[in-house]
Ligand binder design. Structure first.
Ligand SMILES: C[S@@+](CC[C@H](N)C(=O)[O-])C[C@H]1O[C@@H](n2cnc3c(N)ncnc32)[C@H](O)[C@@H]1O
Length: 430
């Protein structure tokens, strides 16, 4: 069966750019044969600068992934290459970058995330995302770090390795069994500078303050006031956070503390499980900003639609409508997965009328939801329902994003607004 194509097909990726990317890829593959880690790092830095001027974000991402893959076949320090190039467009290469890669070389990921039966602990995060976030944090030896969301313990092990004997890592998790598991793993490795406590990390951990760095592996709805109070001046906080009152509207935020005030520096694509005072077990259903939910034999259907929020009869109608919808081919089909994230970020910064998210089974999307029509862009497809209104509106926005050169998160500026629990975050286009 052929599925109908939604929106107009996007402009093809420029051949010239692709050719350039492949030429550089080849050159990189040859160059890395004989250089050591710090040279690879410097080379990657140069490559990023060069290509950012001449290729689009998605092309760079594809190129880096290709170099990464090519590295596996070369007689070089492959692990270093893999990690040194696990960068995304807009990622800042920092002085702590080799430290993260070295720690990742020393700590065995599987020993933390795998259960005795070989299955993966559900609360484990993908290693590439972890390394990306750690680089943003700029952790150095001797620092005091607070981590919220211990999960498997892998990230606290990396942090403990980076800060060394003179530094400390305090890690929190609401799940007591994970705290005990992570603490046991650290003890087995003899990591004495990492302590894990059962606590709701939204309040931070006063006892160990002031911290040089705070990192969140779970998404709060705002940047908590407690975190800003518990760090010293010049500290850095990196955390996923909500950038709109919409379920799954998450991005990674880097904040610098200057003169005791938080300065939102930049945002990156990504997000982690919601921060909640109780352990979450129903993973596909959002905890916060959930407006409508249907549990059907084929899976859950939910909607998070701020503009319908005050009218329960309309959200109820919307979720039922979404359940009857169909998947059509996405105009981003076949593109790099991060293109969908970049497009979501653009929508969040544009805040069009009816901006909403919806989940159908295991896949969720961001788009436009009205009471009589819905269209959300998922990683796999476009889910549409009802009349054509929402689909037309979303397709117009996708064309706008294409015409603007498919801007990614680097084109967005985060803004903080103080509220009762913390600083709300919203995005503006630069
Ligand atoms: C994505 S996992 C963390 C992954 C982890 N850093 C690793 O190395 O695998 C997110 C964790 O945050 C925890 N969490 C959720 N809400 C929390 C809260 N309010 N305070 C502390 N931890 C929380 C969850 O229990 C879960 O273990």
């Amino acid at each position: 069966m052929t599925i109908p194509m939604a929106c107009d097909a996007p402009a093809p990726v420029s051949r010239g750019r692709c050719a350039l990317a492949w030429v550089i890829t080849g050159a990189a593959a040859v160059a890395v044969r004989s250089v050591r880690f710090h040279r690879i790092e410097r080379f990657a830095r140069w490559l990023m600068r060069l290509t950012r001027r001449s290729a689009g974000a998605v092309e760079i991402e594809i190129m880096l992934a290709t170099i990464d893959r090519a590295g596996r076949w070369l007689p070089v320090r492959v692990a270093c290459l893999e990690r040194s190039l696990a960068v995304a467009p807009g990622d800042t290469m920092t002085a702590s970058y080799p430290l993260v890669a070295q720690a990742a070389d020393l700590i065995d990921y599987d020993s933390y995330v795998l259960e005795p039966d070989g299955s993966m602990l559900p609360q484990s995060s993908a290693r590439s995302g972890i390394l990306r976030m750690l680089r943003l944090l700029e952790v150095e030896p001797g620092m005091r770090v607070l981590e919220v969301g211990a999960g498997s313990g892998y990230t606290s092990a990396l942090l403990g390795q980076i800060v060394g004997e003179r530094g400390t890592v305090t890690s929190l998790d609401v799940a007591h069994h994970l705290v005990a598991r992570a603490a046991r793993k650290h003890a087995e490795r003899g990591a004495r500078n990492v302590a894990v406590y059962p606590a709701d990390g939204f309040g931070g951990w006063e006892t160990g303050a002031p911290y040089d760095r705070i990192i969140g592996w779970t998404t709060p709805h705002v940047l908590p006031h407690s975190w800003v109070r518990q760090v010293r001046d010049q500290a850095v906080i990196v955390t996923p956070v909500k950038v709109a009152p919409i379920a799954n509207a998450n991005m990674i935020l880097r904040v610098d503390i200057q003169h005791r005030r938080p300065i939102a520096r930049d945002v990156h694509l990504g997000g982690y499980i919601e921060m909640h005072a109780e352990v979450i077990t129903d993973f596909p259903v959002p905890v916060r900003y959930l407006d409508g939910l249907l549990r059907l034999p084929q899976g859950v259907v939910w909607v998070s639609a701020p503009e319908l929020r005050a009218q329960p009869d309309l959200t109820d109608r919307a979720v039922r409508l979404i359940a009857t919808g169909r998947a059509v081919a996405s105009p981003l089909a076949g593109k790099h997965p991060r293109a969908v994230g970049a497009c979501h970020a653009y929508l969040l910064a544009s805040r069009p009328e009816g901006l909403a998210s919806a989940g159908i089974g295991d896949h969720w999307g961001l788009g436009v939801v009205h009471s009589d029509s819905a269209a959300v862009l998922r990683h796999t497809d476009l889910h549409v329902a009802g009349t054509a209104g929402a689909e037309d509106q979303l397709c117009a926005l996708l064309s706008e994003w294409e015409d603007a050169g498919r801007p990614d998160h680097t084109s967005l500026e985060p803004h903080l607004t103080a509220g009762p629990d913390g600083f709300g975050v919203n995005l503006k286009r630069r």
